[in-house]
Write a protein that binds this ligand. Structure first.
Ligand code: GCO
Length: 445
């Protein structure tokens, strides 16, 4: 592999962490095995709502193939691996008695990672809410804070001797704003949306306290999807809709969590759901800001929808990935700068990646040169942000493996590794070798 294709990373700190990310529902499979309870995503898939009626029942079969997958990470040379624990695998009813077999799976995974000298980064919630809790109102129920705190305490007690990096939530703005498309009852009203937002923020704060109290040396954060929401046209209504969505998409969680206050435009709507002292319960000290970034979002006004917005057209001629997401590394650099300026925390990029429709060629190889070009441009943008003083400390590619891409099912592929879902064979793509070279070059410099 020629190293001329490698990005300039000279402004990144010597101890910069290179990693890969996945999530439980998207790769594990074994949804009915060893006592796992059902999640809202199992129920959503059962409805036939997913493209090709795909489900998470087998996924990448990571539950059984985790040793092979850790071997892939070892071959990549990554220092860290971000995964999530499936709440219903360890607490089938969401609370109450724990499932030993479920806990034991994550013990095996963590031990395998440590043996491979790969640091485990554990995300507590990547959207797979236990269905039993959804039936009790889910995040709409004020008891959800206690449920999440108890689940966090179980994970901290069991894994905290070996895991120090904890994320409370993956993309809280996404799973609350777009409840309908993410497997749970949609937020049927703006009032329900604000109640859900507040309860998830309270759950974050409660989990931080639990982790601080029970894991010596815990390094804690929350993972936020942050992407500029831009007007799809020059008209005023679209600009206002974009500005409104930008607040909910980008500020509704990190602002109360890291600055101790909701964005001003949300306060009237959120206040009826607050109790005295809530902001102090939410704003608990964290150690880093987890950033997921892909591309800007283009927004148009829609008076009939919740928050009065809809997704609009991307700029004519904008470069797009094969799944039509804009390619805009400059927006990534700007986002890094805005997070640094607004929150002043060390930043770990915990998702960035390229969706496509890779297939092996006649030799059986998978050449994903588009992904290499994308990653190179985004890493260069991150390097430029670092050169202007942004405290970015890690970059985790989404994803190690092709996997279950939510409503798109298995039709789109984000992996550095191709997964043949018929045989579950893993085939490293050309981007896999490229990332290996990048990490090796960083460690030899
Ligand atoms: C998200 C989720 C991931 C996705 C990835 C590609 O950001 O939607 O964290 O689970 O699979 O981002 O869409």
């Amino acid at each position: 592999m020629s190293t001329t294709k490698l990005p300039n990373t000279t402004s990144l700190r010597p101890d910069f962490i290179w990693g890969v990310s996945t999530s439980s529902f998207q790769i594990e499979g074994a949804t009915r095995e060893d006592g796992r309870g059902l999640s809202i995503w199992d129920i959503h898939c059962q409805s036939g709502a997913i493209k090709n009626r795909d489900t998470g029942d087998v996924a990448c079969d990571h539950y059984h193939r985790y040793r092979e997958d850790v071997g892939l990470m070892k071959a990549l040379g990554v220092q860290a691996y971000r995964f999530s624990v499936a709440w219903p695998r360890v607490l089938p009813q969401g609370w109450g008695s724990a499932n030993e077999a479920g806990l034991a799976f994550y013990d095996r995974l963590i031990d395998e990672l440590l043996a491979a000298e790969i640091e485990p980064w554990l995300c507590l919630y990547h959207w797979d809410l236990p269905q039993a809790l959804e039936e009790r109102g889910g995040w709409l129920n004020p008891e959800s804070t206690a449920w999440f705190a108890d689940y966090t305490a179980l994970a901290a007690k069991r894994f905290g001797d070996r895991v120090k990096r904890f994320a409370t939530f993956n993309e809280p703005s996404i799973f609350t704003l777009f409840g309908r498309s993410l497997g749970k009852r949609d937020c049927g009203s703006e009032d329900e949306l604000h109640r859900t937002i507040h309860h998830v923020n309270l759950a974050h704060g409660a989990a931080v306290d639990v982790l601080r109290a029970s894991v010596a040396g815990a390094s804690i954060g929350c993972i936020h999807n942050r992407q500029p929401c831009r007007p799809a046209s020059g008209n005023e209504a679209d600009a206002a809709a974009a500005a409104r969505l930008d607040v909910y998409w980008n500020d509704a969680f990190p602002d109360p969590q890291c600055r101790g206050a909701y964005p001003p435009s949300m306060r009237t709507a959120i206040e009826p759901h607050m109790k005295a002292g809530d902001l102090a319960r939410i704003c608990r000290p964290v150690d880093w800001f987890g950033l997921n970034h892909y591309s800007p979002v283009y927004v148009k006004a829609n008076a009939d929808s919740m928050l009065g917005y809809d997704f609009g057209d991307k700029p004519a001629g904008a470069p797009l990935t094969p799944i039509d997401w804009p390619i805009d590394p400059e927006a990534f650099r700007q986002t890094l700068e805005s997070v640094h300026a607004r929150y002043g925390l060390p930043i770990y990029v915990l998702e960035n990646g390229y969706g496509s429709f890779d297939e092996p060629d006649q030799t059986g190889a998978v050449n994903d040169s588009g992904r290499i070009e994308f990653l190179k441009a985004y890493i260069e943008a991150m390097n430029a942000a670092a050169s202007s003083g942004v405290d970015v400390r890690g970059y985790f590619i989404w994803s190690l493996l092709d996997n279950f891409e939510w409503d798109s099912g298995y039709s789109t592929r984000f992996g550095l590794t191709y997964v043949d879902y018929a045989s579950l064979r893993r085939i490293p793509k050309s981007s896999f070798g490229w990332y290996t070279e990048l990490i090796k070059a960083r460690h030899s410099s």
